[in-house]
Design a protein around this ligand. Structure first.
Ligand code: ADP
Ligand code: MG
Length: 773
C-alpha cells in the first residue's frame, strides 16, 4: 500500500494516470490488512483507507494517496493506549475519536479527505445559514434566502418510479404556512414527525404553493444544540452517512480543542503588514462567523497564508537549485549560424531563447518551463538550445511522450539540420536493433551530439558521454521521476521542459513550482488563422458540407467525439457509427480512418501516421487525437457534443488545425439546451484564439480544478480555492515571502518556527525541499 503513495510523491503528482486501477487495489489491500489486524482501531483505520478510494472517484487521486499515507503512518504507529478517548485531542488525532463520530462516520469523513482532527479545521463550510433571523411564514418572499421556524402539521413520504422518493412536509406558524420538499432523501421522513418544531433554511420557491426544496433543517429540541441554531451556522460539504449536525459537532470540538494550540505560521511582521486576524481567530471565524464580512476576511487570511507559504517554498526551492553545480554551456554560434531557418524568430521566441542562453551559461543547472500555445514555435527554440550545447561540446536530448511526437520533432529537426550537415538521430521502441546499437555507441562515445526519442531513451543501456541539456516535451505526460531519470544520464545537465497546456501564471507557479517560467505568448505571423463556429445539433449538416468542400479541395479533416466516463462505450459507438456512415454514404470517394482509446496502440499509431502522410482524408476520433499531432494540411475539425468538453480541452483540440498555410475551421456542435456554463465556454472559445486568455477565462468560469486537463495535479481543493478567490493577494504574498527570507534566509529565528514547520509539512515533499530549510 505504501508503494503507490510513494510513487505519487516520486511522480510529483503528474504521471498519476499510470496508476490505473490503483483505487481497486488499495481497497483490496485494505481489506486484507483489516482481516489480518487484531486491533479494532487498526481495522477501522484500514476501513478508512479503503473509503478514500471509491470506484467512481475522479478527483485528486494524489491528495487521496497522501491521506492514505498518513493513515498508514498511523497504522504502523506503536499500539495506542487502550482507552484512546482518554488521550487529549491533538492535531493528528484520528477523527473517529471525536465526539459523535465513531468508525462509520470516520469512513464517511475520509471520503471528504478528512482523517485527522486538524483536517476538520480545514474542512471549510460550503455555505452558511443565518439562523439569527427567522422570518415569519406569512412574510416570506419568493426568491429570498430565508430561515423559517414552525410546527410540522403533516409529513408524507411518496415512493415514485425508479426508486425516486419525495418527502413533503407542511410547516406552519401563527402567520402562515409553506411546504418543505426533499427529493430522494427518504430518511427525512424518519427524522421528522408531525408535531415537531423545525427550523429550515433555503431559497423560497413557488410551484403550486410557496416551498423550500431540499432545505437545510433541524428539529428543535431533539439532540440539536446551540451550534445548530445560534446565529450564522455553517453548512459543510457532506458525503453519504454524514449529517450536518454530526459534522458541526465534530468540527466544533476540534476547533475548541485545537485552534488555540496551533502554531501561527505568519510571522509578526506579516501579520502587522496585512492586518489579517491570527490563525486561531481566522479558523473560528470561518466556521462560526459573527457576520459574513468577518467570514470573508478570515477566508482571505487563510488563502493568503497558503499563497505565502507556497511562495516561500518556491523561493527556497529556487535557492536550493542555485547552490547546485551544473555544466556551463556557452555556445560560440558555429552551429547556429549554419542553421538556415526559413523564417525569422518571433520576438517571444527570441526572448525565450535569450533566457535559456543565460540559464545555460549560469553555474547552476537550468530548470526552465517553456510554455506556449500549440504552434507558437517551442520546438525551434528547443532546437537552438540543443545546438548551443553541441557547440560547447556537450550532448543534448529531446524526449517526447509518444513515438508520433518524437518522430515529428525529429523530422522538424533533421529538415533544418541536414542541410547544415549536423547529425541528429531518432531513438524509439521501434528503432531497428542495428540502428539502436549504432546510436547507443555514438552517444556513449560522444560522437553523436543530438538525439530525439521517446521513453526508450530512459533504458539503462542508453548512456551519454557528456549530456549537457535534456529537453522534455509535453511535461504533464511525464512524471518528474522520468524527467529526473533522463537528467541523471548526465552529471547535472540543464533541463528544459516544454508544455502547450496554457495555464495561467498563478497556477503554473504552483503546479510546476520547481521550474522557472518562460511564456511564448506570440504566434508566428502569416498564419491565416482558424475560424470557430458553434452550431446547434440540427445544423450539423452544415458542418459536414464544409468538411466535404475542404476534403474535395485536397485538405484533411477531423471529426471528434467526446468520451465521457459513464458512457465511454456510447462515444465509441457514436464514433464507430459515424466513421462507417461517412465512409459508406457521405464520402464514399475518400478514405476515412477511425482511432479511439480501445484500439491497440500500434493500430492507433498506424492510422494516425496514415493521416499524417495524407493517406487518410477524414479522421474520426475520440479525444486521443488531442496531443501534439501536427498535420499542416488538416483544415477542418468538427467536434460533436462540444458542450461536454472543458474550455482548455476544446482549445487544445482546435490547435490540431490551422497549423499550415490554409485557412482552417473549427466547428463545435452542441445541443440546443445546454448549461449556462457550457454556453459560456463555447462563447469564449469562439471569441478568442489566445490560449492564455482562454485559460484565464476557464479559471473564472469553473475554478482551476479541471484546468490542467486532469484533476490529478496534487493541489488540495483548498489551494485551488485560494488561487481563485485570492488571486489578487498573490503579488503581496510573493513580496512578503521575499522580505521574510531577506531578513532570515534559513528561517532559523524563533519567530519563524511555526512558519518553518508548516512549510516542511505542506510543501516539503511536494517541492522536495529536504535540506533547504
Ligand atoms: P510548438 O512546438 O510550439 O507547437 P513548433 O515549434 O512545432 O510549435 O512550430 C510550429 C510550426 O511553426 C512549425 O512548422 C515551425 O517550423 C513553424 N514556426 C516556428 N517558428 C516560426 C516563426 N518564427 N515563423 C514562422 N514559422 C514558425
Ligand atoms: Mg509541439
Amino acid at each position: 500500500m505504501r508503494r503507490p503513495t510513494e510513487l505519487a510523491v516520486a511522480f510529483d503528482y503528474y504521471g498519476l494516470e499510470k496508476l490505473r486501477g490503483v483505487e481497486r487495489r488499495m481497497r483490496e489491500w485494505a481489506a486484507e490488512g483489516k482481516a489480518a489486524a487484531r486491533d479494532a482501531g487498526v481495522k477501522n483505520l484500514f476501513d478508512q483507507t479503503a473509503s478514500l478510494f471509491p470506484d467512481e472517484q475522479t478527483e485528486l487521486l494524489a491528495e487521496r494517496l497522501a491521506r492514505a499515507s498518513r493513515l498508514l503512518d498511523e497504522i504502523e504507529r506503536p499500539p495506542r493506549p487502550p482507552v484512546a478517548r482518554a488521550r487529549a485531542l491533538d492535531a493528528d488525532t484520528n477523527v473517529q475519536y471525536l465526539k459523535g463520530v465513531g468508525p462509520t462516520r470516520a469512513r464517511a469523513l475520509a471520503n471528504l479527505g478528512v482523517t485527522t482532527a486538524k483536517d476538520l479545521l480545514y474542512l471549510f463550510p460550503r455555505d452558511y445559514v443565518d439562523r439569527s433571523r427567522v422570518t415569519p411564514l406569512g412574510d416570506v418572499r419568493v426568491g429570498d434566502d430565508v430561515t423559517v421556524e414552525g410546527t410540522v402539521a403533516e409529513i408524507v413520504l411518496e415512493r415514485k418510479r425508479r426508486g425516486r422518493t419525495l418527502v413533503t412536509a407542511l410547516l406552519s406558524d401563527d402567520t402562515g404556512d409553506i411546504l418543505l420538499k426533499w427529493f430522494n432523501a427518504p430518511y427525512v421522513a424518519d427524522k421528522v414527525e408531525a408535531g415537531d418544531r423545525v427550523v429550515a433554511s433555503g431559497k423560497l420557491k413557488f410551484y403550486q404553493a410557496p416551498e423550500l426544496v431540499n432545505p437545510e433543517f433541524d428539529v428543535v429540541g431533539r439532540g440539536a444544540d446551540a451550534d445548530d441554531f445560534g446565529g450564522i451556522v455553517p453548512v459543510y460539504p457532506l458525503s453519504a452517512g454524514l449529517t450536518q449536525r454530526a459534522v458541526r459537532r465534530a468540527a466544533r470540538e476540534a476547533l475548541d480543542a485545537l485552534a488555540d494550540g496551533l502554531a501561527e505560521p505568519l510571522p509578526p511582521a506579516v501579520l502587522a503588514r496585512t492586518a489579517f486576524p491570527p490563525l486561531a481567530e481566522a479558523l473560528r471565524q470561518v466556521h462560526y462567523p459573527a457576520n459574513m464580512e468577518e467570514q470573508r476576511r478570515a477566508r482571505r487570511r487563510l488563502s493568503f497564508e497558503y499563497l505565502y507559504l507556497m511562495e516561500l517554498g518556491l523561493l527556497l526551492k529556487k535557492r536550493q537549485g542555485r547552490t547546485q553545480r551544473g555544466v556551463r554551456i556557452k555556445g560560440d554560434g558555429s552551429l547556429r549560424s549554419r542553421l538556415l531557418l526559413p523564417f525569422e524568430l518571433t520576438g517571444a521566441q527570441k526572448k525565450a531563447l535569450a533566457a535559456i542562453d543565460d540559464d545555460l551559461a549560469a553555474p547552476w543547472p537550468m530548470r526552465r518551463l517553456l510554455q506556449g500555445d500549440v504552434g507558437s514555435g517551442k520546438t525551434v527554440v528547443a532546437l537552438e538550445a540543443m545546438l548551443a550545447a553541441a557547440e560547447a561540446g556537450f550532448q543534448a536530448v529531446l524526449m517526447a511522450p509518444t513515438e508520433i511526437l518524437a518522430r515529428q520533432h525529429w523530422r522538424t529537426a533533421t529538415a533544418l539540420l541536414q542541410p547544415a550537415g549536423i547529425a541528429c538521430e531518432l531513438l524509439a521502441a521501434t528503432t531497428p536493433a542495428a540502428d539502436r546499437e549504432r546510436i547507443l555507441a555514438g552517444l556513449a562515445e560522444g560522437r553523436l551530439h543530438l538525439v530525439v526519442g521517446t521513453h526508450a531513451l530512459l533504458e539503462p543501456d542508453v548512456k551519454f558521454k557528456n549530456l549537457g541539456l535534456a529537453v522534455v516535451d509535453e511535461q504533464h505526460r511525464f512524471g518528474v521521476d522520468q524527467r529526473q531519470r533522463l537528467a541523471a544520464k548526465g552529471p547535472s545537465p540543464n533541463v528544459l521542459v516544454m508544455t502547450a497546456t496554457p495555464i495561467p501564471r498563478t497556477l503554473a507557479l504552483c503546479v510546476y513550482g520547481d521550474l522557472e517560467l518562460t511564456i511564448i505568448d506570440e504566434m508566428p505571423a502569416g498564419r491565416p488563422g482558424t475560424t470557430t463556429s458553434i452550431l446547434t445539433e440540427d445544423r450539423a449538416a452544415e458542418a459536414f458540407a464544409l468538411l466535404g468542400r475542404e476534403v474535395a479541395a485536397g485538405r484533411q479533416s477531423f471529426v471528434v467525439y467526446p468520451v465521457i466516463e459513464e458512457s465511454e462505450s456510447n462515444a465509441l459507438k457514436a464514433a464507430t457509427a459515424m466513421a462507417a456512415k461517412l465512409s459508406a454514404e457521405v464520402f464514399p470517394d475518400y478514405k476515412v480512418g477511425l482511432v479511439h482509446g480501445r484500439l491497440p496502440a500500434e493500430e492507433r499509431e498506424a492510422t494516425m501516421a496514415a493521416f499524417r502522410r495524407g493517406d487518410v482524408d477524414i479522421l474520426v476520433a475520440t479525444t486521443v487525437v488531442e496531443v501534439g499531432l501536427d498535420v499542416p494540411n488538416a483544415t477542418v475539425m468538427v467536434v460533436e457534443h462540444a458542450d461536454r468538453y472543458g474550455l482548455s480541452q476544446l482549445h487544445q483540440l482546435r490547435g490540431r488545425v490551422g497549423r499550415g498555410e490554409h485557412a482552417a475551421y473549427f466547428v463545435a456542435i452542441a445541443p440546443k439546451e445546454i448549461t449556462a456554463e457550457a454556453k459560456a465556454r463555447l462563447a469564449t472559445l469562439a471569441r478568442t484564439l489566445d490560449g492564455f486568455e482562454i485559460a484565464e477565462a476557464d479559471l473564472a468560469i469553473r475554478g482551476p480544478g479541471e484546468l490542467l486537463g486532469t484533476r490529478q495535479h496534487g493541489l488540495p481543493d483548498f489551494a485551488l480555492q485560494a488561487l481563485v478567490e485570492a488571486r489578487d493577494l498573490l503579488e503581496l504574498a510573493r513580496e512578503l515571502a521575499a522580505a521574510t527570507l531577506a531578513e532570515d534566509e534559513r528561517l532559523a529565528k524563533a519567530e519563524h518556527a511555526g512558519l518553518r514547520a508548516r512549510i516542511r509539512a505542506d510543501f516539503g515533499r511536494r517541492l522536495q525541499l529536504a535540506g533547504a530549510i
